[in-house]
Ligand binder design. Structure first.
Ligand code: 2HA
Ligand code: ZN
Length: 256
């Protein structure tokens, strides 16, 4: 499946960028529409695993999910030794691993599935949930004034025109929660109503999208903006940033 190649490609970028120390980050992609009926019906490799919360918009859907404790630097080399295909039960209350080996999914799976469930139920086409640990963007979340959606969005948009274009729905902020918890998932889902990229305070970034490469690109562009901001500050000056007018002109020029 070509999609697995694209997932591996992005896992490699996450590692190369230094955003994926140890087993940091996780990826899930809804591949249901990319599989034949026969592939979707593959026999299960394990008993059904109950989900804490039912995902009724995902009944029978198949996902590629990175494995728990697995490292992105190895996902990029061999996706199926470091992740698996899982299938949601017909009633949405459990999942089974169907291919290719018994690799248990990421501890963030219940959160990822709740997000996919929300996205599907609200008619969005997003198939990808990508979570990673970009050093510069996490750094920004350690500064209280930046834990404000409008303020951080305005700051990062204003560093480079592409940022306004590539992340048009801006950034959502989720105050610190314990990793892997349903509280974190619920708070994130609330932000996904307005944004495709969410910053988790002192932890990492979560992006949703229709395409894994584009999800990566959105985070990469935000990271570039953060680096421009930090380099200016380190050189001893406050970067001027684009004006409101310059940002608004992009909306008309690019139909945002
Ligand atoms: O998968 O990044 O948030 C490891 C994590 C948990
Ligand atoms: Zn994380």
């Amino acid at each position: 499946m070509a999609e697995i190649g694209r997932i591996s490609e992005v896992a490699g970028y996450l590692w190369e960028k230094g955003w994926a120390e140890r087993n940091g980050g996780n990826i899930s992609v809804n591949v249901t529409d990319l599989l034949s009926e026969e592939e979707r019906g593959m026999p299960a490799l394990c008993d059904p695993v109950p989900l804490q919360e039912a995902v009724t918009a995902l009944c029978g859907h198949v996902f590629f999910v990175t494995g728990t404790g697995k490292r992105m630097r190895y996902v990029c080399r061999d996706a199926f030794c470091n992740g698996s295909l899982i299938r949601i039960s017909p009633d949405g209350t459990s999942f089974e691993i169907i291919a290719t080996q018994l690799i248990p999914p990421t501890s963030e799976l219940p959160s990822h599935l709740m997000m996919h469930n929300y996205l599907r139920a609200s008619g969005k086409k997003n198939r990808v949930v990508l979570h990673t640990h970009p050093t510069d963007l996490i750094g920004l979340t350690h500064c209280k004034p930046f834990l404000d959606s409008e303020r951080i969005t305005r700051l990062l948009w204003s560093m480079i025109p592409e940022c306004r274009i590539i992340v048009p729905r801006g950034i959502g902020i989720v105050p610190y929660e314990i990793p892997g918890t349903l509280e974190l998932a619920r708070a994130t889902i609330k932000q996904l109503e307005k944004h495709d990229v969410v910053f988790w305070e002192k932890h990492g970034i979560l992006a949703v999208g229709d395409d894994i490469i584009e999800c990566f690109d959105a985070i990469d562009t935000l990271s570039k903006s953060a680096q421009i901001f930090f380099s200016a500050r380190m050189a001893g000056y406050e970067p001027e940033g684009m004006t409101d007018r310059q940002l608004d002109d992009l909306v008309t020029a690019f139909n945002l």
